[in-house]
Design a protein around this ligand. Sequence first.
Ligand code: GUN
Length: 729
Amino acid sequence: MAWSEGTRAEPTSARTADTGRFEVKHRDGRARLGVLHTAHGAVQTPTLLPVINPNIRTIEPREMWDKYGVQMLITNSYIIWKHAGLREKAVNEGVHALLDFPGAIMTDSGTFQSYVYGEVDVGPEEIVAFQRSIGVDVATMLDVFSRPEMTEEELADAVDETLARAGPSVEAAAGTMLNGPIQGGDVHALRRRSAEGMGEHGFAIHPLGGIVPVMEQQRYADLARVVMGSVPHLPPDRPVHMFGCGHPMLFPMLIALGADLFDSAAYALFARDGRLLTPTGTVHLERLQEWPLLVPCVVGHTPDEVRRMEDEARESVLARFNLEVTLGELAACRQAVHEGRIWERAERRSHAHPALREAFLWLTTSPARGSAPIPGADHLLVSDRDAARDTTVARGAWEEAWDWIVDAQETPGTGAILWAGEDTFVRPQVVAARRRLHAAWRPASDDGPVLIVHGASAPWRDRVGRQVERARAAHPRLEVLVLSPLGLVPWALEDLQPFAHVEGPKWLWVRPLDPAWVRRELERLHLHDRPFAGLNLQHGEVGEAMDEALADLGLGPRAPNDSEAVGQAATAILAEQARSKAMLELLLDRATAESFVDAPSFVMSSTGRIRNVFDAHGRHILSPRLNDGGLSLTDEGARRLHALIADGGQGPPVVTVPEDAVPFVGAGRNVIHGFLTSVEGELVPGRTCLIVDPNGDLVAHGVARCTTREALDFRKGVAIRVRGGLRAA
Ligand code: GUN
């Protein structure tokens, strides 16, 4: 489609109270789809800020706005300050007129010039005041660049000098949004010191600085360490910007680790010497027979035709190619966040370059975090990589950073886990699901023997459900587990995502039971020292196989079909399902789960699954979710649960809202950031919480959209999606 000027409307300015605020609309672990509110429009993140050199405009900013939908760009205030012509126009007419760009404009401060050319002849406060005077949306303080050749002592000086300049810079900005860059090389303690120190000042955005040489040298594992050393220690309500990062190959991993903004001149610089950016690496026009991607600017031209163009025309096509590919990859990453698949994208992309693969493996199996080497058998991998993360192992700083990723995962998530080899087992969502199961679930008996159903894929209830009922009728203390590709799962949770929703080759489900591995899994499930036997669904008739497995445990055969005991066992199994789901979703301890789901009755679906759970008084308290195996609380359930917690039971996190929010939240409106005063317990995105007034009386129940720290830090957006207001007027 041809570009014509003025085809895109001018941006709408944010309300004054919202200017500078960052709001998260959707998330996938630490990846977020956000909105940064500026005086020149709402900027959707993650996004790329193309670098505009005011002296060399490879692509006109106006075209970037109109044709490419670019919402924000970055230019250099030091270059403008140094050139009298540019400076005069910027001071008189503003930076938006100088660049002819109606969207948001960020400026850098000259730090990068000092890195490339040595000193700069401008003071820290002077350059911030200048940026403010030309009307930028986001200015940058003059930080001290962490050079790769610096010693640890010099890096510490860079961090401390940047910190010393922070306060005066924020003051000089006088309300203009300001970037507070994080320095410190790849030294974890320094990145952390920088992040925590800078976070205490009134910055709007935190760029990670000093990473350009790291990326140029393709030291991507170091880049991952920089991000993991910095981002967990920043205030979560501020966007994270990757200074000088514009290679699309890096976007999925960095977005998964919490990056919101990218800026880069790569689209123009690479075009100048005939290089093309692609999501899987850089290619040279010189060697191309075909385009690696067919993007709008090259449709109708062969690489050979572009090669034969005049320099300027060729550069113009290649810069557009690079920009189109870069914007396309960002859009695909945003879509992946939307679908809860950004980690999978990072995982796949990690194969694009050995250094990126190294970074990815460091993230998931870092020796620094004590992980075991990858063993040959992948079913061991689940346990061994995870075992290395057990609390018995000394937990280093990197382990905490990994926990920061895992703790933000939504589990159960939606959709199937697409198996992709060993990486599948260390996806944060899988790790989070296993941790949640092991932390929250407790068996019904203290000493029942264990029967492990294996050798078939889900849904297991269809294959063996009736036989489990008959076995339980004969042996009520029998603990039945299922071998899923992601580890052992209690029978009561056999439909839980991700365990029951794995797409992969058949042999994932038919692995032999390794006794040593089973022992470790049983310990994690609080089934220490129990005798166990396997029920292999691969061979023979299921009922006979069940009797053989029971005999292996020294137990007699199943109860006869249709006996009264089987009916009772079936009901007990349903009650156990509701209790197990309540332990996982609502964090109830076993005793509280038993009180909560006491003498229940059920409404069943046409496929024989629980639709609704009623308590002993016939009140509808819970509804299992058929799509992900999770659980939804009803209004009545929330009331009962709140009463049980008041009596000392363990339950979900509790959010307190101030008195003036009670009428709204009590009527079913969402809890908005800034309108909650405290949180007891750890909120997890996607999970149930209770909402109380300042007296501790129940107001509503809902589902968290953030962690506890985020709930308290953010100032805009929805913190808790309310599922039921309990104070309707
Ligand atoms: N551009 C690329 N890296 C940096 C950095 O570390 N600081 C600043 N201010 N700008 C940059």
